[in-house]
Structures are given as C-alpha cells and as structure tokens.
Design a protein around this ligand. Structure first.
Ligand code: CA
Length: 227
C-alpha cells in the first residue's frame, strides 16, 4: 500500500518509515503541513498518517481542507496531546483514527492495518485475473487454486498490478506506487522483482499473465498481446 507520512520530527519519521517499509508499504514523507496537504491531494494514497502540530499548517487544518476537496483517503492523526477535546476536534476534522505520542510501533501498525483493511473492504475484496487470485485481507495469492508464496515486496508489486489489470504500467508509475516518490526509475530493481514474480506466477502455467512491453513498462493481462 502507498502511505503518506506528514510529520516534522525526524526521529519519528525515521522509525515509522523504516517499520512501514519493512511491512512492504511505499512511504512518502513530508515535513510540513503545506507540502503534506499538496501531496495528499495530488497523489492517490491508501492512508495518510498526519501529525497534529506541524510547521506551516497544522494537521487539523490539513485534514479538514483535504476532506473539503473530496479526498477520502483514511487519515490517522498523531498527536502529543491526549485530551478528549483534541480527539474530538481531530475526528471532526475528518480523521478516521487517532494515536497519542509516544506510541509503540506495534500499536501504530495495528491501527494502520485496521484502516487499510477497512479500505480494502470497501474496495473489491478478492482481486481476480483469469485463474490468479489475490486476497488483500489475508495476503493469500493463488493461481489455479495453488498457493503462491511471495515476499512482502513481491506481494506489494503484484497487488498494485492486480488493482490495475490490463493497463501498461511504466517503471515510474510502479516505482511511485510500490516504492516511493524518491524511487530512481533508471534502476533495475523493478525488472528484478518482475522476473521473480514471473517465475512464481507464470512458470508452469499455459497462459502468461505478466508481460514486459519494451520501452513502455509492464502489463498484467489475460488477453493476447499483439507482438
Ligand atoms: Ca509535530
């Protein structure tokens, strides 16, 4: 999943970003409210983790303005203050959940999972392409009923592709969604992951689903491609 973290405390950013990346998420970071709001509006995130006290624009205002502009992405608000009033104000501004600092990473992760689960429930529950199935809730992937074991990053890549089937996905697009906005599209990391994924998803099956289109990118499709 693609997550935006808006937080000005470098220490918190480092530990949250590292932990979420280890869970296979792509994490963009912004250190102030203005930029955070801009990124939250122009990019399609699955979750925004938003600090309350931020330079330039505070989290409550950012959240309210995003909602006013129709951004429905779940928001998890972080704050150093633990008062009922703050909590109510955060939820009134359109936040979906609330976490008081300092927090244990496990607690943050539990909230993140719950919000992402809610989001995948409102989207299509099981993603299917031909005989390939991916269940975002259990993270189970099967082809022809046979379980496929994927690493965290392979899974994230496949989920992104299954949410965008039959579309040509450039390396830049994949990099932004599965890695983060600082991803170098010139690197060969994506090619390496695609070849691992292809070995697991297509090898031994009659129909290939994962294709490389030279100079354009990659496509996951059950349709015949004119070469
Ligand atoms: Ca802060």
């Amino acid at each position: 999943m693609k997550i935006l973290l808006v937080e000005d405390e470098v220490r918190v950013v480092q530990f949250v970003q590292k932990g979420l990346r280890e869970e296979g998420h792509a994490v963009d970071v912004s250190y102030d409210g203005e930029e955070g709001e801009f990124l939250g509006e122009v990019n399609d995130y699955d979750l925004i983790i938003l600090d309350l006290m931020l330079p330039k624009k505070n989290g409550l205002v950012v959240c309210r303005e995003l909602r006013d502009r129709g951004v429905a992405t779940p928001v998890l608000m972080l704050t150093a203050r633990d008062s009922v009033e703050d909590k109510v104000r955060g939820l009134d501004a359109g936040a979906d959940d609330y976490l008081v600092k300092p927090f244990a990473f496990e607690e943050l992760l539990a909230r993140v999972r719950a919000l992402l689960r809610r989001r995948s429930e409102t989207r299509s529950p099981v993603l299917t392409l031909a005989d390939l199935e991916l269940d975002p809730m259990s993270r189970m992937v099967t082809r022809g009923g046979k379980a496929i074991r994927l690493t965290t990053k392979e899974y994230a890549l496949l989920e992104y592709m299954m949410r965008n089937p039959r579309k040509v996905l450039s390396r830049t697009l994949i990099g932004e969604h599965v890695w983060d906005m600082n991803f170098d599209p010139e690197s060969n990391v994506i090619d390496v992951y695609i070849s691992h994924l292809r070995a697991k998803v297509d090898k031994g099956f009659d129909r290939e689903l994962l294709h490389t289109l030279r100079g354009q990118g990659y496509i996951l499709t059950d349709q015949d491609l004119a070469h």
